[in-house]
Design a protein around this ligand. Structure first.
Ligand code: DAH
Length: 360
């Protein structure tokens, strides 16, 4: 074999053996680069006699073309192999189900949902939201609300008492949201329109009672706020909340120390099997207590009962949630069982609103 043939087979061998594009590039430089073996040979053509050039020229040029062609082929093969490897490695099975993100998997607890619904409904009627502490003084929970000391009405609430503090004062876990009425009247000048949703506590536990539960209080104080206004507000609330066209309500005389007159309100319903439907039927279901704020309560809040009057109501949030969403037992509300929450919970991005629908 002459030198050219040796060089050719050597270079083509190297091209074929190049494992990747970088290795191939260095073969190219060593053959066809400025100082490459083939380039050096090409440079010798100039110094040759015309006959010699005629004989060698085509051979050297042929060698250059062969090496050039082999490199191009090898390059293409390497690129194809690399693409194939990448396609294999990045393969996606588009038939797999999409995994849900936290914003779609999480659930809003029915209590939070109902609180949001209540807030949307009453905000639309010009109410704001007021809050108070869960640990209350006897004054706010009872005395200011016209429960006289030792009065049996205090026993109506199975109160949780805390240990007496240094001053001998025994705080309580608030038994209702009514103390927030007092806090509001003492801190804000009328006109007042607030709702006060929150946690409440009583020593009680069965299918429809838990030691911690939720209430929402409503309070309106103005110079002329009267029972007709209250009836309208409660009726509008019931229609919006239960998402029905019309609803009949029944006001039964009742007693609460902080209202006079007081009433308990039933709404029309239809009981069928285990199910309850609102806005139809001949049955009644109690949903709230209400009344005109007692003059003693106004006075306890430094408001003149000859100038100001108003009304208030209180309602169990858990209870209306159970009624609206058909949950038979209250206890699982507080058991933090994910399966229950997945079943009864609400999608976090479906915010209740009157225009968009409370539970669209
Ligand atoms: N605080 C009462 C309770 O827990 C509910 C209630 C009744 C609140 C009448 C009111 C009202 O504001 O006017 O049983």
């Amino acid at each position: 074999m002459n030198d050219l043939a040796t060089l050719e087979s050597d270079l083509l061998g190297q091209v074929d053996a190049a494992p990747d594009e970088a290795a191939l590039e260095s073969v190219r430089v060593s053959a066809l680069g400025k100082k490459g073996a083939v380039s050096e040979l090409l440079k010798t053509l100039g110094a040759m006699s015309p006959e010699e050039r005629k004989a060698k020229g085509p051979l050297i040029n042929g060698l250059r073309d062969k090496v050039h062609g082999a490199i191009a082929n090898r390059k293409e093969a390497l690129a194809e192999a690399a693409l194939e490897r990448r396609l294999q490695a990045e393969r996606i099975d588009v038939t797999l189900p999409v995994r849900e993100g936290p914003e779609t998997r999480g659930r809003i607890h029915p209590i939070s949902q109902v609180m949001d619904e209540l807030t949307a409904i009453f905000a639309d009627m010009g109410f704001s939201v007021a809050e108070g502490p869960d640990i209350e003084t006897d004054f706010y929970n009872f005395t200011a609300l016209n429960f006289p000391p030792g009065h049996p009405a205090r026993e109506m609430h199975d109160t949780f008492f805390l240990k007496p503090d240094q001053k001998g004062e025994r705080k309580v876990l608030r038994t209702h949201t009514s103390p927030v009425q007092i806090r509001t009247m003492l801190s804000k000048a009328p006109p007042i329109r607030v709702i006060c949703p929150g946690r409440t506590y009583r020593h009680d536990s069965d299918q429809t009672h838990t030691p911690m539960f939720h209430q929402v209080e409503g309070l309106v104080i103005d110079r002329h706020a009267n029972i007709a206004h209250m009836k309208w507000i409660l009726e509008e609330f019931c229609k919006a909340f239960f998402e029905v066209e019309s609803v009949k309500m029944r006001f039964r005389p009742s007693f609460f120390p902080f209202t006079e007159p007081s009433a308990e309100v039933d709404i029309q319903c239809l009981r069928k099997g285990g199910e309850i439907r609102f806005g139809e039927g001949d049955d009644w279901l109690e949903i709230l207590g209400c009344g005109m704020v007692h003059p003693n309560v106004l006075e306890n809040c430094k408001l003149d009962p000859d100038v100001y009057q108003g009304f208030a109501w209180g309602m169990g949030i858990d209870r209306i949630a159970m009624l609206k969403y058909g949950m038979p037992d209250l206890r699982p509300f507080f058991e933090a069982d994910v399966r229950w929450l997945e079943h009864y919970g609400f999608r976090p991005l479906d915010l209740p609103s009157l225009v968009g629908g409370l539970t669209s």
